[in-house]
Design a protein around this ligand. Structure first.
Ligand code: AGP
Length: 399
């Protein structure tokens, strides 16, 4: 029981006996809870992302040594050195961040990673080996399925590390270690800045494991950190072009179905872009890895179903171009999310949302932003309740 009155806050048990509670101060200010001139919290939160990436990186990386200082997580380095596998468990947008995290961990730390929906994992006869690091990702730290999966795995793995935005949440309390994202309060039900903060945290974990397990030398780590530090500025460039995304949203307002395609590290971004559109505009959107298109979804393509194709100049660029040709051959309309340096893409597609170039591994930080803005503007133009979409809750504390 808790009693809050002008004299203070008192906790008791159900018989009225006082309970002592530890006080924890949040660094969030009341100003952070205001819209500050933005029409919706979601738009404000999309615009806060460059700062969120800076804040989540701050104090944790060293450009001199290529080192990541993660003593704060509370899991001994000796334990991390012995990790041979990781399992990332999450729901919704956090699951999508986990899929990006898998690519980070596999590329940098060279350990195999499974990514699991918490609601599925908890009811399976799952197998966890003692050298497995379980990473639970949850912005709220209170998602019932993720918490249950954490509790079920706790004694069956090397350690459970939580990535969360919520201090003293149930997930933060129950995990062996915590890496906090510094996204600040997220009021809009649709997660945006917590997604980029989670990807930042997962990249830090990957870099740290690569360091303690000697999988990347200092020069490679320094080069990655340098690239990472350029990301917030590139995000600002994308935000400076928000009007172009808004104009495109007006053009595509009449459509009721969208297909999102991406490959490799941008496939989770396609999933996230489609989820954002569904959640806040109630428009049907599907996301697939480009390579899966010919195994079924291609049957959906016609002039009434536009495709958002994520096509940065990376190792799967040519493969995405093939997907684009296949869609064009079926009278499909294509919006490409492409590098601003890619002059050739314009003649292949109907519209381009240009993003700055970056290290291919870090492109999700950039490609997700136009997709968040696209979903936002479509929903706002349809008059939807962007910050409080129907049937959804910010924190899913029940099954
Ligand atoms: C995100 O836009 C959603 N509202 C939802 O999918 C969310 O990501 C999911 O419920 C997980 O929440 P969590 O990160 O608080 O665990």
């Amino acid at each position: 029981m808790v009693v809050i009155d002008p004299t203070g806050v008192r906790f008791t048990d159900f018989k009225g006996a006082p309970l002592a509670k530890k006080v924890e101060h949040l660094s969030w200010s009341p100003l952070m809870m205001e819209k500050r001139g933005f029409k919706h919290f979601m738009l404000k939160e999309i615009f806060e992302q460059p700062e969120v990436v800076r804040d989540t990186l701050q104090g944790r990386i060293s450009l001199d040594t290529g080192g990541v200082a993660l003593d704060e997580i509370g899991i001994p380095e000796a334990t991390l050195r012995q990790v041979r596998k990781a399992v990332i468990i999450a729901c919704g947008t956090s699951y999508h961040a986990g899929l990006v995290g898998k690519v980070f961990l596999e590329s940098m730390a060279r350990i195999p990673v499974d990514v699991e929906y918490a609601s599925e994992f908890r009811y399976r006869d799952f197998i966890l080996e003692k050298e497995t690091l379980v990473i639970v990702v949850s912005q709220s730290g209170e998602t019932a399925d993720t918490l249950a999966a954490l509790r079920a795995s706790k004694d069956r793995c090397a350690a459970v590390l939580a990535v969360t935005n919520s201090r003293s949440s149930s997930i933060a309390r129950d995990a062996h270690g915590v890496l906090y994202t510094h996204a600040g309060p997220e009021i809009g039900v649709a997660a945006t800045k917590t997604f980029t903060a989670q990807m930042t945290a997962l990249a830090l974990i990957a870099l740290h494991l690569a360091q303690v397990q000697d999988r990347m030398d200092a020069a490679a780590r320094i080069a990655f950190i340098e690239e990472f530090q350029r990301i917030p500025h590139k995000m600002e460039k994308i935000l400076g072009r928000a009007k172009a995304v808004e104009d495109l949203a007006s053009r595509f307002l009449p459509f009721s179905h969208f297909l999102y395609l991406g490959r490799w590290v941008n496939f989770p971004v396609a999933l996230e872009g489609a989820l954002k559109l569904k959640e806040i505009s109630y428009i049907h959107a599907e996301a697939y890895p480009g390579g899966e298109m010919k195994h079924g979804p291609i049957a959906l393509i016609d002039e009434k179903m536009p495709t958002l194709a994520i096509v940065p100049e990376d190792r799967v660029y040519d493969k995405m171009l093939s997907n684009i040709s296949e869609i064009k051959a079926r009278n499909g309309t294509i919006i490409a999310l492409a590098s601003e340096d890619d002059a050739k893409i314009h003649e292949r597609v109907d519209a381009v949302l240009a993003v700055p170039s970056a290290d291919p591994l870090l492109m999700p930080f950039l490609t997700v932003m136009p997709l968040q803005l696209f979903a936002y503007y479509i929903a706002a133009k349809r008059g939807a309740d962007v910050d409080q979409p129907r049937n959804l809750a910010k924190s899913v504390t029940v099954e």
